[in-house]
Design a protein. Structure first.
Length: 295
């Protein structure tokens, strides 16, 4: 999501003011005393009902005394409800004497936030008019997004595969595979017999950023050209790598993987870029599909 460039300037100005307060630094900022949120939008991934998130507030000049900064919720601009989707921990933030930064805490309530449906609370600083910088204002938006705790085990087991590759090369394609934990990678999965029997692929789930649950993988063999195309081309293998501009990702809430691959044959050319969707299903559902549909 794009943010006004001027807001970055506001955050930079606060950092500049903090830097200029060092004992050995000459004063670089000598302008008015402004107080503001450091950004116009904060997005937090909510996994439970207990975790608190900090919404930063900064000033351009330190004060010789503690300052109480009021924070209110603009109900008419918000679709998140205090006490239902979130809890504002306090309607006041304290900016200690001599300091340039503080924060107000907000707690998301995961139980009341739907998957794939962000909610937003708009906050406003209640401060004297002389502390308001009109260019940046006094408001910010806090976006709360439902996230689920990461567990690799939730992806281990049977997976139903839908693939754009199959539309081009396997018109009668129905694929039920198993995903296994990669013993050499604590966040890795081995997708057994991914598109063709005898050809497994390895992927790495990246749980570090809950808001961007991405997948990485190294270039590897996708299939043999004889298996895929009925004859040998190049060195006899189709290789796959991550295409630029397409990020593979997963959902811990819905237990699916969206995998993007570019396929090529060395010294021959590119086969294409394809999307593959893998949905984790129960053992019972997998047994039904094998029994009734021969998968």
């Amino acid at each position: 999501m794009k943010r006004p460039a001027s807001k970055y300037a506001a955050a930079a100005l606060c950092l500049l003011a903090a830097f200029s307060c060092g004992k050995e630094q000459r004063t670089l900022y000598d302008g008015p005393d402004y107080i503001m949120f450091t950004d116009t939008l904060y997005t937090f991934g909510v996994v439970d009902n207990e975790e608190c998130f900090e919404v930063p507030i900064c000033a351009t000049r330190p004060s010789s005394r503690d300052r109480n900064i009021g924070v209110e919720i603009l109900v008419k601009k918000s679709d998140a409800v205090n006490g239902c989707h979130f809890i504002l921990e306090s309607s006041t933030a304290v900016l200690p004497a001599g300091e340039l930064t503080t924060s107000v805490k907000i707690k998301g309530i995961a139980d009341n936030i739907s998957i794939n449906s962000d909610v937003r609370a708009v906050l406003k600083l209640v401060i004297p008019q002389e502390n308001v910088w009109d260019m940046y204002g006094t408001e910010t938006s806090v976006e709360l997004r439902k996230c689920c705790p990461f567990s690799r085990d939730s992806f281990v087991g049977y997976m139903l595969v839908s693939s754009a590759y199959a539309l081009d090369y396997l018109p009668d394609y129905k694929r039920l595979i198993r995903a296994e934990a990669d013993k050499d990678d604590e966040y890795g999965l081995i997708l057994k017999n991914f598109m063709y029997d005898g050809y497994d692929i390895r992927i790495h789930l990246c749980p570090e950023d809950r808001l961007n649950p991405l997948i990485e993988y190294e270039e590897q063999i996708f299939a043999g050209t004889d298996v895929a195309f009925g004859t040998k081309y190049g060195d006899g293998t189709i290789r796959m790598y991550q295409p630029k501009g397409y990020a593979s990702f997963y959902s811990s809430c819905e237990n699916f993987i969206a995998l993007y691959t570019t396929l090529y044959v060395k010294d021959v050319g590119t086969v294409g870029t394809y999307t593959h969707i893998l949905e984790r299903i129960s053992d019972g559902e997998a047994e039904r599909l094998m029994r009734e549909e021969g998968m």
